[in-house]
Design a protein around this ligand. Structure first.
Ligand code: MRU
Length: 368
């Protein structure tokens, strides 16, 4: 998508042909800064410290991390070390494991002198595929927005509520939850987005930045506002992303998603979850019991970034000194609260049967 009118992806290989460049998302939306990754360990730091974030992007950067690792040493031993270091970076988003498993399986069967070239090629494939999957999600989600628009008085606006950032910054390009919104905006449908701020890390600011860059009308709201808006008929649908979707359609997304789903359910507001298939973890069934929920430093709860009156980005404390802070990064929304899953292959119910039918070849590759 675009920043200042210029097309931009979130990760790419630099002009030198081997280092990997990313946008530093800890600085956005205040500063646009590119970081150059020149080692596997730096790629791991980028994921752990959330210089890059969002499930699909974490997967793509992990794949490039493996490629950077192969510039250092192409032995079996180092291949294993790269996998072990990268897999430990963040626990919840399954795209990380998906990308690492795919890369490891491929490289392990390749002669060591070819590993570097194959790793870069595979990372590029993973990144390009993500762009295609996300654009297809946009096209399928657009149909839902069109149907909702058609039921409203002619010329009225479709109000979409979203949580966290599941836009292009969370993927390689396009985004998941926001992709249908971009497609609707491009198609001339009047859309307005309620953007949850998404404390503690305020990923909603990234969403506001993206939407602003593309001229999509939006309003930034505190995390507790959504229920009120739904009670008053001001939300036509919710669309969120997911970091891990279980085989029966439970979705694990940014903390607070579950409360939005409950409010949507109580107010008959459709609640859609957008995901590329690498976000499905076929080994997990009950999301609440089985998905590991990342807990991060309490400092992210007690502090926020902002711009001070001199225009300098600063990190300020908002809590009484010594306050114990809990920082749970994700929660699970049980499938029963999900109206539908918007995937690259189309929209399906959040049920085991519907997921099986849509993705039988991925779940049981021997069927292909
Ligand atoms: O902690 P983050 O910022 O990596 O969490 C991101 C989200 O929760 C997104 O909603 C999710 O990855 C889906 S994004 C396409």
């Amino acid at each position: 998508m675009k920043i200042n009118g210029k097309h931009q992806r979130t990760v790419w290989v630099a002009k030198d042909g081997w280092t990997v460049e990313i946008l530093d998302q800890t600085k956005l939306p205040f500063e646009i800064e590119v970081i150059q990754l020149d080692s596997m360990k730096l790629a791991a730091t980028a994921i752990r410290e959330m210089w890059v974030r969002g499930a699909p992007l974490i997967g793509a950067v992990a794949a490039y991390g493996m490629a950077l690792g192969m510039t250092e040493d192409t032995s079996d031993e180092h291949l294993q070390t790269c996998y072990d270091v990268l897999i430990e970076t963040r626990p919840t988003a399954i795209n990380l494991k998906w990308a690492l498993d795919r890369t490891f399986a491929k490289l392990k069967n390749v002669a060591s002198e070819q590993r570097k070239a194959v790793a870069y090629q595979l990372a590029a494939e993973i990144a390009d595929e993500d762009v295609q999957l996300c654009e297809s999600i946009g096209e399928h989600g657009l149909e839902i927005i069109k149907q909702i628009a058609a039921k409203k008085p002619a010329g009225s606006t479709v109000n979409v509520l979203t949580h966290c950032n599941a836009g292009w910054l969370a993927t390689v390009d396009w985004g998941t939850a926001i992709s249908p919104i971009y497609k609707a905006h491009e198609a001339g449908i009047k859309v307005h987005v309620w953007v949850d701020e998404t404390r503690p890390r305020n990923q909603g600011l990234l969403t506001a930045f993206e939407l602003g860059s593309h001229g999509v009308p939006h309003t930034l709201i505190a995390d507790n506002v959504g229920g009120h808006l739904m009670q008053h008929g001001d939300v036509d649908l919710c669309i969120v992303g997911t970091d891990r979707t279980t085989a029966k359609g439970d979705v694990c997304n940014k903390i607070g998603t579950y409360l939005k789903a409950l409010a949507a359910y109580d107010n008959n507001v459709p609640f859609y979850v957008a995901l590329p298939s690498p976000t499905i973890d076929w080994t997990v069934y009950d999301g609440v019991k089985e998905i590991p929920i990342e807990q991060r430093s309490g400092d992210e709860q007690s502090h926020v970034y902002g711009i001070d009156p001199t225009g300098k980005r600063s990190w300020v404390n908002t809590a009484p000194a010594g306050t114990e802070c809990g920082n749970y990064a994700f929660d699970v929304t049980p499938a029963k609260y999900v109206t539908g899953l918007i995937t690259e292959r189309g929209v399906c119910a959040a049920t085991e049967q519907a997921l099986d039918e849509m993705f039988a070849d991925l779940k049981r590759p021997e069927l292909v």
